[in-house]
Design a protein around this ligand. Structure first.
Ligand SMILES: [Zn+2]
Length: 142
């Protein structure tokens, strides 16, 4: 199950970051989900918030802050940084849907708003990012 594996790797990264920071407990995990990431969002959230935390004491009572990371393109011709709204993709519901399901299709639709080049890199909006964690150590006075 793709979503479970992704959720598992997010939590492993969070636990490893907690180790590095000397935290005994993680209170909050902030995760960004790229809008081009192909994922069953509900299943991912369920895996992340319900299935997996039971496996580690440090995650008892953890809160999740999940948000979508919007896609950002960078033009390879002129270096302009632009978003989906600037890329001429917005406005057609069917096209929008297709891009959500098939990220590679965004290559076929996006155009640089400055020079019109279809040659770009995707700088943000792909994949799952562990943004930060908040936690505490048992030695903490507060
Ligand atoms: Zn350009």
């Amino acid at each position: 199950m793709h979503e479970l594996a992704l959720a598992d790797s997010v939590l492993k990264a969070a636990l490893s970051a907690a180790d590095d920071a000397g935290m005994d407990r993680i209170d909050r995990i902030v995760v960004k989900i790229g809008e081009l990431q192909q994922i069953e969002r509900e299943l991912f959230e369920f895996s992340l918030t319900t299935v997996l935390p039971a496996m580690d004491d440090r995650l008892a009572g953890v809160q999740f802050d999940l948000s979508e990371e919007l896609v950002r393109f960078e033009c390879r011709s002129c270096g302009t940084d632009y978003g989906r709204n600037d890329a001429g993709i917005e406005g057609d519901g069917d096209q929008d849907e297709a891009i959500h399901f098939i990220p590679e299709l965004s290559h076929a639709f996006a155009r640089c708003p400055s020079c019109g080049s279809p040659d770009f890199e995707i700088r943000a909006g792909r994949g799952i990012t562990l943004e930060r964690i908040e936690g505490s150590s048992e030695d903490d006075p507060g």
